[in-house]
Design a binder for this molecule. Structure first.
Ligand code: SF4
Length: 292
């Protein structure tokens, strides 16, 4: 069985092949994460827990939800690891942002009865082709059945920008999840793709036709072929370089001295791995890397 791809893996290659190489080919461990991703993870965790309680018929009060968020923050925040990229933005701003996201979401959706939750943080793995050579995976924030019977695929976004409807109608991530879920719920089931832009307290919805999904399947297979055939991974400067966990070893940003030092360290690590037979772990996929 070959590599299982994900939307994040494909996006990493599309955005910057060098980052893809660091993350998925060389599997260089990430020593840091941007504070935006850190906040996003905490918000996701709290919303998952909220819906777990809702499913048991126990809706927690809003203050309890916010308390849970701050407790999780205290338990997981590591100043050595979490980086603030934007200058002059204090940590307190980000902490408050997470709280505001949760308060807004809670008040907008209380008492959480507009749909029945079918799955939370659900991992889906599915083939794109009949032979099962091209496989995808993803983690869906929430799956639910709406009152009209449609299956909804929910995604929480903590980023500040809300894309236009045109962009959302072409979004790949949730449409891929629909391809995966159609294997469970049937091709003729009505699906809705739902994004919750919690920092802006906005909900956006899109749908896909069968033709859209067929085209997505073809394009994704073509992209995987392109990645599998790649032998070179050039660095490409992008607006998200500041958040890239490999900036300190990137040929476009690091000094020649740093690059030489890192190359020597990598060579030593590779030699040690060969001796011990140790394998680098797969990087976490579909984490909250696209939260900006
Ligand atoms: S810092 Fe920018 S150019 Fe360098 S690897 Fe990361 S995304 Fe690519």
């Amino acid at each position: 069985m070959g590599t299982i791809y994900s939307h994040s893996r494909l996006s990493s290659f599309e955005n910057c092949p060098k980052q893809f190489e660091f993350r998925y080919v060389l599997k260089v461990p990430s020593a840091s994460e941007g504070v935006e991703a850190f906040v996003g993870k905490r918000v996701h965790e709290v919303l998952e827990r909220l819906y777990l309680f809702v499913g048991k018929g126990q809706i927690p009060g809003i203050e309890k939800v916010v308390d849970r968020y701050h407790k999780l923050w205290e338990e997981t925040y590591d100043p050595e690891r979490v980086r603030i990229v934007r200058e002059n933005t204090p940590l307190s701003y980000y902490r408050q942002l997470g709280e505001d996201c949760l308060r807004g979401y809670y008040l907008r959706h209380y008492p959480f009865d507009d749909s029945e939750t079918l799955g939370l943080e659900k991992r889906v793995v599915f083939p794109l082709d009949d032979a099962g050579e091209y496989r995808m995976q993803g983690i869906i924030d929430r799956i639910s059945r709406a009152r009209d019977g449609a299956i909804e695929i929910h995604d929480y976004k903590t980023g500040a920008r809300v894309p236009s409807q045109r962009i959302l109608d072409q979004d790949r991530q949730l449409a891929l999840y629909q391809l995966g879920l159609a294997r469970t719920y049937g091709d003729d089931t009505e699906f809705r793709l739902v994004w919750h832009y919690v920092a802006k307290n906005r909900t956006c919805v899109s749908t896909r036709t069968k033709d859209d999904l067929a085209q997505l399947r073809t394009e994704t297979i073509a992209r995987i072929d392109e990645i599998q055939a790649a032998t070179e991974f050039p660095a490409r400067k992008i607006s998200l370089c500041g958040w890239c966990e490999y900036k300190d070893r990137c040929p476009l940003w690091a000094s020649p001295e740093d690059l030489a030092r890192i190359e020597a360290e990598d060579a030593a690590a590779r030699a040690e791995k060969r001796e011990t037979g140790a394998r680098a772990p797969e990087p976490a996929d579909d984490s909250q890397l696209s939260l900006l």
